[in-house]
Design a protein around this ligand. Structure first.
Ligand code: PBG
Length: 310
C-alpha cells in the first residue's frame, strides 16, 4: 500500500559516485574522517567504478589527490595530458565506455595555495582564474570527460568554459555547474582526503553565505544563461529549501551533492550504534530527491545500490 502511494522514487540510476584518485598501482589509502572511502590508484579506481556500474550506478565524479611537489600557484599540472586525472579518465572510458565520467574544474587540487582560484596579494583574481579554468576544462574534455563540473564559484566561468569547449571542438561535452555552492563547514573531510585545505584565509569571497536563499537563485539563473546543462546545490541536506527553490525555477536538471561532512555524520553516528546506517542513508537521500534533486552525488552510492537490490 505504501508503495502505491509513494511520491518519490530513489534509484541507483539517480546516483553519482565521487572518487578520490591517487598515483601508483594497487594503492588504497584510507581517509580518516570518511570510513569506507579511500584514495585509490587508477587501476583500483577502474575496478571500483566497474563494481558501481554493475550495481546500476551510472556515473562517477573524479577528484585527484596530488603530491605538493606538482602543485603551483597557477595549477599548471591540471593541463598535463599525462597527469593523474587525465590518465584516470582515459582508463575509465576505455574499460567502461557507457560510464558517465564527470571531472572537477577548480584549481584547489593543483594549487599550492589550496584555493579554487588564482591568489595574488591575498586576493582571488576572478578573471585570471577564468582563463586557467577554461584551459583545464578543455584538457579534461580532451582526455574524454563526458561532463566538466566547475566547482570553483568564480563569476562568469560557465560561459567562458562553454566557449572554450566549443572552440576546441568539444561541443558534446556537457557542463554540470556547481551553481549554489555554500562556504560550508561540511567540506572538512573532503579537504583531508585531497589535502586541499586553503593554506591561507577561507573560501568566503567566492563560496556563498549559508544564510542566503535568493542569491542561490541568482547564481543558478546566471549559470543556466551561460550554458550550464545541469545545475547543482551543495551541500544537500542542510539546504533542502534551496534545492526546492532551484528546481521550481529552472528547466534544466538539478543535482545535489551530499558532501563529505554529511557522509561523516551518518558514519560516525552509525559507528557508535546511535543510528541505523542503512535507514538513515535511504531517508537522507530520499529527502534530497523529494526536495527536487534529479541526481545526487553521494559517497553512499554503492551502499544504497546494494540495499536497493536487497
Ligand atoms: C573544491 C571542492 C570541494 C568539494 C568538492 N569540490 C571542497 C571545497 O570547496 O573546499 C567538497 C565535496 C565534499 O565535501 O564532499 N573544488
Amino acid at each position: 500500500m505504501r508503495g502505491l502511494m509513494r511520491e518519490t522514487e530513489l534509484l541507483p540510476a539517480h546516483l553519482i559516485l565521487p572518487l578520490f584518485v591517487t598515483g601508483g598501482e594497487g594503492v588504497r589509502i584510507p581517509i580518516g574522517a570518511m570510513p569506507g572511502c579511500f584514495r585509490l590508484s587508477v587501476d583500483l579506481t577502474v575496478a571500483l567504478a566497474r563494481e558501481a556500474w554493475e550495481l546500476g550506478v551510472p556515473a562517477v565524479a573524479l577528484f585527484p589527490a596530488l603530491p605538493d611537489s606538482v602543485k603551483d600557484p597557477r595549477a599548471t599540472e591540471s593541463l598535463n595530458p599525462n597527469g593523474l586525472l587525465q590518465r584516470t579518465v582515459r582508463a575509465l572510458k576505455d574499460a567502461l565506455p557507457g560510464l558517465v565520467v564527470i571531472t572537477d574544474v577548480a584549481m584547489d587540487p593543483y594549487s599550492s595555495d589550496g584555493h579554487d582560484g588564482y591568489l595574488e596579494g591575498g586576493e582571488i583574481l576572478n578573471d585570471v582564474t577564468l582563463e586557467i579554468l577554461a584551459s583545464m576544462a578543455v584538457a579534461q574534455a580532451q582526455a574524454g570527460a563526458d561532463y566538466v563540473a566547475p566547482s570553483d564559484m568564480m563569476d562568469g566561468r560557465v560561459g567562458v568554459i562553454r566557449e572554450a569547449l566549443d572552440e576546441a571542438g568539444f561541443t558534446n561535452t556537457g557542463i554540470l555547474a556547481y551553481s549554489a555552492k555554500y562556504a560550508s563547514s561540511f567540506y572538512g573531510p573532503f579537504r583531508e582526503a585531497l589535502d586541499s585545505a586553503p593554506r591561507s584565509g577561507d573560501k568566503k569571497t567566492y563560496q556563498m553565505d549559508p544564510a542566503n536563499r535568493k542569491e542561490a537563485l541568482r547564481e543558478v539563473l546566471l549559470d543556466v544563461a551561460e550554458g550550464a546543462d545541469i545545475v547543482m546545490v551543495k551541500p544537500a541536506l542542510p539546504y533542502l529549501d534551496v534545492i526546492r527553490e532551484v528546481s521550481a525555477h529552472v528547466d534544466v536538471p538539478v543535482a545535489a551533492y551530499q558532501v563529505s561532512g554529511e557522509f561523516a555524520m551518518i558514519k560516525a553516528a552509525a559507528g557508535n550504534g546511535w543510528l541505523n546506517e542503512e535507514a538513515a542513508v535511504a531517508e537522507a537521500l530520499t529527502a534530497i530527491r523529494r526536495a527536487g534533486a534529479d541526481m545526487i552525488l553521494t559517497y553512499f552510492a554503492m551502499d544504497y545500490a546494494r540495499q536497493y537490490r536487497g
